[in-house]
Write a protein that binds this ligand. Structure first.
Ligand code: FAD
Ligand code: NAP
Length: 456
């Protein structure tokens, strides 16, 4: 009888991957530890569990979600496919490469609904505080049952932090912004492009949120979209109506001044300035302190907290790979907890982390990023029995995707890719992405006659 206890904070794709990893063992008849997953929302799915709310939720907790209506996958689904649960198995027919949010949410749920994972999750429960007792070598979690308004404590031998890192806005200040008369928000609070119809919109930032919210607003009828970058522009060929300028220096009423001397009037500002890794439930000595990058320091194999490997972080990297990366991390973490993976000494772990950091230092561009994260995934796959998938082919798809976006930012989502899990070639969506204003699952799955049902 395995009498260890494992606590998981968060039932998003990372936390669910951990539950799935243990379930895979259980299905083989292997005795696993007791697992309890705490999720502050009323359902699983993390970011993919869309909420119309901004600010605080029903129980006064900060709203986790940063996703919005009309959010479509920004990378090919073939790059994130679970290697033990394919899109074909879930949808029973080929679908396009860039599904909208509800379709991906459905896919994530499909795998986990086949198990009894819900039994392990305490919903509406916030992890409020954690400490570690050096004598008992156990974590003590203080938890808030939000529905019943009760606080209680539990102990665990291992703690998995799967609370995500795209939820707490990084909100810079610009001189004069306090007198800007229009709407100012962070991308975290953006819920739909409709409200910016016929408006002149300024987006600050030059990464995924700026690119995607900019294009969404253009698609849904904004009068103009201006993207303001700090380090580098996104640099694609923008259609008329979207442009990039250097960083805002200050605001004067509704006028933004940019560092190249240009000025322009705006109706609204959206800060697409990224997120902070924030763990309000962890004391400083257990807290991961990092910026958003592909190899956060102090995490051995990208997951084990080097000062105390009983503390495991999932999904803390910046993400090219997503669901399949969380899986590979969860499988390795599970094997360590089960005693099947021998942890090297702290010094050896430090050396390994330093080697990865040195390698990351050499990375120069997006293509290098892809190679780096592919190498990381391969390293993890080597350590566990997560069903292998062709990482080199997925890496090549990511590179194609980068090229597609550069070629045409408005049409890249119309391209199709081939699954490395099943070999299935995706089909074209029945409507070109720029003309598709409905992101519902029902409309998405209405295929036209070009699509044949899979017989398998
Ligand atoms: C706007 C946006 C769009 C994205 N689009 C894509 C995309 O198209 N494709 C893609 O692959 N990825 C996308 N991502 C990346 C996304 O982060 C991952 O797909 C995935 O959701 C990460 O999973 P996670 O479980 O690590 O974190 P999350 O999905 O953030 O889940 C973390 C969970 O932890 C819970 N939690 C947090 N704190 C506590 C606490 N104290 N107590 C209890 N529970 C807690 C939260 O409620 C949440 O359910 C996007 C991210 C954003 C922000
Ligand atoms: N449809 C989709 O699937 C979709 C849509 C949106 C987001 N996402 C996901 O969401 C995640 C987060 O993306 P993100 O774009 O929000 O964050 P991000 O990738 O971390 O980028 C943050 C951006 O903010 C800029 N920035 C930070 N501080 C700034 C400041 N003080 N002044 C000006 N600019 C500043 C950064 O510029 P520097 O380069 O100068 O640092 C960078 O361009 C990604 O995983 C992405 O895939 C997905």
């Amino acid at each position: 009888m395995n009498n260890k206890r494992v606590g998981i904070i968060g039932a998003g794709p990372s936390g669910l991957a951990q539950l799935r990893a243990f379930e895979a063992l259980k299905n083989k008849g292997i005795d696993t530890p007791e697992i309890v997953c705490f999720e502050k929302q009323s359902n699983w799915g993390g970011m993919w569990n869309y909420s119309w709310r901004t600010g605080v939720g029903k129980f006064g907790e900060p709203v986790h979600g940063s996703m919005y209506k009309y959010l479509w996958s920004n990378g090919p689904k073939e790059c994130l496919e679970f290697s033990d649960y394919s899109f074909d198995e879930h949808f029973k027919k080929p679908i396009s490469s860039y599904p909208p949010r509800p379709v991906l949410f459905d896919y994530i749920q499909g795998r986990i609904e086949k198990s009894n994972a819900r039994e392990y999750i305490r919903f509406n429960t916030t992890a409020r505080w954690v400490d570690f007792d050096n004598t008992t070598e156990k974590f003590r979690l203080i938890l808030d049952d939000l529905k019943n308004d009760e606080t209680y404590t539990e102990e665990f031998d291992y703690l998995i932090v799967a609370s995500g890192h795209f939820s707490t806005p990084n909100m810079p200040h610009f001189d004069g912004i306090e007198d800007f008369p229009g709407h100012i928000m962070h991308a975290h609070d953006f819920r739909g492009a409709d409200q910016f119809k016929n408006q002149k919109l300024l987006l600050i930032g030059s990464s995924y949120s700026a690119e995607d919210i900019g294009v969404q607003c253009y698609k849904h009828g904004a009068e103009s979209v201006t993207l303001s970058y700090r380090s580098n522009p996104i640099g694609v060929e923008w259609p008329e109506g979207i442009k990039e300028v250097p960083l805002v220096t200050h605001f004067d009423g509704s006028t933004a001044h940019f560092s190249n001397g240009e000025t322009e009037d705006f109706d609204a500002v959206v800060m697409c300035t990224g997120y902070k890794h924030k763990f309000p439930f962890l004391p400083g000595k257990l807290r991961l302190k990092t910026k958003n990058n592909l190899y956060p320091d102090n995490l051995y194999k990208g997951v084990f907290f080097n000062d105390n490997p009983q503390l495991i972080y999932l999904g803390m990297q910046d993400q090219y790979y997503t669901f399949n990366m969380f899986d590979t991390q969860a499988w390795v973490s599970r094997d360590f907890i089960m005693g099947d993976y021998q942890m090297p000494s702290k010094e050896e772990r430090r050396k390994d982390i330093d080697q990865w950091l040195a390698r990351y230092d050499q990375v120069e561009d997006g293509l290098g990023d892809v190679d780096f994260q592919s190498a990381y995934i391969k390293d993890l796959i080597r350590l566990s029995d997560y069903p292998e998938f062709n990482v080199d082919k997925v890496g090549a798809m990511f590179k194609e995707w980068l090229k597609d976006k550069e070629e045409n930012i408005l049409t890249y989502r119309d391209k199709t890719y081939k699954s490395v899990v099943t070999g299935t070639q995706a089909v074209e969506h029945h409507t070109e992405w720029m003309d598709e204003l409905d992101d519902s699952k029902e409309r998405y799955l209405k295929f036209n006659e070009r699509v044949e049902e899979l017989t398998t």
